[in-house]
Design a protein around this ligand. Structure first.
Ligand code: DQA
Length: 138
């Protein structure tokens, strides 16, 4: 299986960004352990703080990869463009969030990704990404 994790804005700061919410592990540290744990998966990672770059990446991989694990971060709640990109592609998208967006501010309850996602995993910390990987394995 060929999967990619696409992370949106500010997720490059994982480990030092609001650690009480997002934990103290960097994404690089987490990604190394997850790659070792699932050697049968071809797993890539892409991060950008730029909305259009995220859309370009979704389009680039969206007709050939087996799955996209998308944490669009704040753009989840604002970006019609990212929502449209997810609707436009063929590769199934699993939406993930580290925090439980539904027990936070109201503006985080809205998602432009969710209507076209295969499924949604929120609130399990970095384990949300691992659960999304497992959802593609069978
Ligand atoms: C997040 C939740 C979003 O509301 C927030 O803007 C983020 C991270 C999460 O993974 O919990 O940047 O997507």
């Amino acid at each position: 299986k060929k999967l990619i994790i696409i992370n949106g804005p500010n997720l490059n700061l994982l480990g030092k960004r609001e650690p009480q919410i997002y934990g103290s592990l960097t994404f690089k540290e987490f990604f190394e352990t997850i790659k070792e744990k699932y050697p049968q998966v071809s797993l890539e990672h892409y991060q950008s703080n730029v909305e259009g770059e995220l859309i370009n990446k979704i389009q680039d991989v969206g007709f050939s990869y087996d799955g996209i694990i998308l944490n669009a971060a704040a753009y989840t709640h604002t970006s019609v463009g990212i929502g449209d990109a997810v609707a436009a592609i063929e590769t199934p998208v699993v939406e993930v969030h580290i925090s439980n967006t539904f027990n936070r501010e109201d503006f985080r309850h809205q998602s432009y990704v969710a209507p076209n996602a295969k499924g949604i995993i929120v609130g399990f910390g970095l384990q949300s990404y691992e659960l999304a990987i497992q959802s593609f394995l069978k």
